[in-house]
Design a protein around this ligand. Structure first.
Ligand code: PBG
Length: 336
């Protein structure tokens, strides 16, 4: 009689043999601590003016700027794959940009039109809109800039409030301030409530670092700052305690979900934020993280699918509940 469990060599007793629980796929699944699921994914999408247009972003192969008609198809496809939420970013033509980003709160602007159209065609999709001036400003900064190049906090918050209100009026489920101005979460919450949008949520980019990983995104939107950098408002990569301070300020001001961005170089921050709040924690697997994997995969140097799953699983293991990722559709397909 064969005895499959019997070892052929006569090794001595070892009380703990961790390999016992790794012997088969079923055992490994039983003791798996972290699950990556399609419900965790938020799919960032770029919308542009025009019709029947889909332009690939050079530094983000596989990602496109879509005109509204084609974006709606993409959203419907994402929905069929089980993706619950999208985050919307607009490509604004140079002619509509100005110093204070007034196009951002045009009730018939590109974002507002897009939100309305998505809500009409794929109403179950959670639509998250970005609140920051950089796609709309001639200088590419997230706020209003004075004659000395200083980004002005409180005047910027006033514009952000108008932007958030116009997005809520268009039907956005959540607004996502990504600008890192002080006090903007509270100001937006107050204004939304006063206007009756009590159920529109705030996904706060709470710990957003001044990162070189945003490069490809700025190519996509043509939104790179024309002068200086974003270090007077986005966080210093060397700081962790400060992230906890930012998170606690945003929570005190009414954030519904807090976010850490970027994700991969900041897994320790995700972990600490997880332990500091009972709110859902989101992580943004940003454009540069996407581009890095795509480039190495195109060279044939890594196994793209395995690297994507391993990378996103590490974000969940660190403590993220939600992941904004340009890989969302690919992952949804893999998890099927
Ligand atoms: C701007 C904004 C940025 C991203 C999201 N919102 C870029 C920046 O701060 O310069 C980056 C996203 C990515 O890199 O994928 N408010």
């Amino acid at each position: 009689m064969s005895d499959v469990n019997r070892s052929t060599d006569s090794t001595p007793t070892l009380l703990y043999r961790p390999r016992r629980l790794r012997r088969s796929p079923a055992l490994r699944r039983m003791v798996r601590e972290t699950q990556l699921g399609v419900d965790d994914l938020i799919y960032p999408l770029f919308v542009m003016e025009g019709e029947r247009q889909k332009i690939e972003i050079a530094s983000m192969p596989g990602c496109y700027r879509y005109s509204l008609d084609l974006l709606l198809k993409e959203v419907a496809e994402a929905c069929e794959l089980g993706i619950n939420a999208i985050a919307l970013f607009p490509v604004i033509p140079e002619a509509k940009k100005d110093a204070t980003g007034t196009e951002s709160y045009n009730p018939n602007g590109l974002v507002q039109q897009t939100v309305r159209a998505i809500k009409q065609t794929v109403p179950e999709m959670v639509v998250i809109t970005d609140v920051a001036l950089d796609p709309f400003s001639t200088h590419g900064h997230d706020g209003i800039v004075d004659e000395n190049g200083i980004v002005l906090n409180d005047p910027t918050v006033e514009v952000l409030v108008k932007m958030a209100l116009s997005q809520a009026a268009a039907g956005a489920d959540m607004v996502a301030p990504s600008d890192m101005m002080d006090g903007r979460v509270g100001a937006i919450r107050k204004a939304l409530d006063a206007a009756g949008y009590i159920d529109v949520g705030i996904l706060a980019y709470s710990a957003k670092y001044a990162s070189a990983y945003y490069g490809p995104f700025r190519d996509a939107l043509d939104s790179a700052p024309k002068f200086g950098d974003k270090k007077t408002y986005q966080m210093d990569a060397a700081n962790a305690r400060e992230a906890l301070k930012e998170v606690s300020l945003d929570i005190a001001q009414g954030a519904d979900i807090v976010m850490v961005k970027p994700a991969l170089a900041y897994l320790d921050i995700i972990h600490q934020v997880r332990n500091a709040t009972s709110l859902p924690v989101a992580a943004y697997n940003v454009s540069g993280e996407y581009a890095t994997i795509k480039a190495a995969a195109q060279m044939g140097w890594i196994d793209e699918k395995k690297i994507i799953l391993e990378t996103l699983t590490s974000m969940k293991r660190a403590g993220a509940d939600l992941i904004l990722t340009y890989f969302a559709k690919e992952v949804a397909l893999m998890l099927r």
